[in-house]
Design a protein around this ligand. Structure first.
Ligand SMILES: Nc1ncnc2c1ncn2[C@@H]1O[C@H](COP(=O)(O)OP(=O)(O)O)[C@@H](O)[C@H]1O
Ligand SMILES: [Mg+2]
Length: 317
């Protein structure tokens, strides 16, 4: 077990230990590959584990699983494929301890399953069984893309966390992801509140190329204020978290604030900018050594970045 501790000591453990467990699920997704989702998942998991929480981190990047590398462990023998093909009966049987105390991993499938091909039943099965894991926190590395399955894991989590790079393509992808999540969420709320016909009516009433999702809600309010406000409440409670990764300048850091403003204006969504991560050569050095970053470089500036983000996220639960 590795117990060297880069600043997340027992002094940081507050009253949660010893109280009745309520498991929290954090999902890390957004954008395309290479934006740091696995790095973020691995190191947030390590931060929580070092604080004394039991953490299970799950590689849901089915088909492109590499979370184990960020944690410095070989690919675990049993993977989610074995669960989905019923070779093993419970998720707990897939848990592999990492060299870091309190932190275990469930590995994604290494075959061509792909998260896009997960059947509704399989997804529901995974989601409904997470609570059986012996964990205070379950972190999901969602992988790239905006397939319904990825969006549903993101929406189902207690916290949905997006990682983006401060460059136009990544920012565009992030908006695309947020928009897809928004539509998916709207659809789910629509079914729940049975306001589908109202939304259709609102859409038909004033179709404009430039209308935003926020305009849509306003139109529903015009037609039926009571239902419209309910819908608005549901949507405003939805607050994805944003991390800007690989920042080099203050302008890079500020991109997160601009994205927050744009999301409010165009989607009516409260995008919560929870922090940034510096561009740091220790990342690839640790990847090359197949050692977890926070353990290999406890004095890296990224430790402070992660510390701030993890405390911010914990304060929201
Ligand atoms: N903050 C950073 N500083 C330097 N390099 C980084 C940083 N974040 C990620 N990288 C590099 O980007 C690569 C992709 O990161 P990864 O977490 O695997 O992305 P994803 O899971 O989104 O595909 C890593 O191998 C690493 O070399
Ligand atoms: Mg990855």
């Amino acid at each position: 077990m590795i117990n060297d501790n880069p600043g997340f000591g027992p002094s940081n453990i507050s009253s949660h230990l010893g109280t009745q467990r309520s498991q929290k699920v954090w999902a890390i997704g957004g954008g395309k590959g290479g934006v740091g989702k696995s790095l973020v998942t691995a190191n947030l998991s390590i931060c929580l584990a070092l604080m004394g929480f039991k953490v299970v981190t799950i590689d849901l990047d089915l088909g492109g699983a590499n979370l184990h590398t960020c944690l410095g462990v070989p690919i675990p023998e049993s993977t989610l494929s074995d669960y989905l093909s019923k070779k093993v009966r419970s998720l707990s049987e897939l848990v592999t301890q990492t060299p870091i105390a309190n932190l275990s991993i469930i590995s994604g499938a290494q075959d061509d399953v792909g998260i896009a091909n997960l059947k509704q039943m399989q997804k529901a099965k995974i989601l409904s069984r997470l609570h059986e894991l012996d964990a205070d926190y379950v972190l999901l590395d969602l992988g790239a893309g905006t397939t319904f399955n990825t969006l549903d894991f993101f929406i189902s989590a207690d916290q949905g966390i997006l990682t983006a790079l401060p460059e136009p393509t990544s920012i565009e992808n992030t908006y695309r992801f947020i928009k897809s999540v928004y539509h998916r969420k709207l659809k789910l709320v629509e079914d729940l509140l049975e306001v589908g016909p109202l939304i259709d009516q609102a859409m038909n009433a004033k179709i404009s190329q430039n209308s935003t999702p926020a305009d849509l809600i306003d139109r529903v309010i015009e037609i039926n204020p009571q239902m419209g406000h309910k819908l608005k409440n549901e949507i405003t409670q939805f607050s994805p978290k944003l991390i800007i990764n690989q920042v080099r300048t203050q302008a890079d850091i500020d991109i997160g604030f601009s994205m927050k403003i744009i999301c409010r204006k165009y989607f009516g969504i409260n995008l919560d900018y929870v922090g940034y991560l510096d561009y740091d050569a220790t990342v690839w050095q640790s990847v090359k050594k197949r050692r977890p970053l926070l353990m290999e470089f406890p004095n890296s500036g990224l430790v402070g970045n992660f510390d701030r983000i993890v405390h911010r996220l914990m304060s929201l639960n």
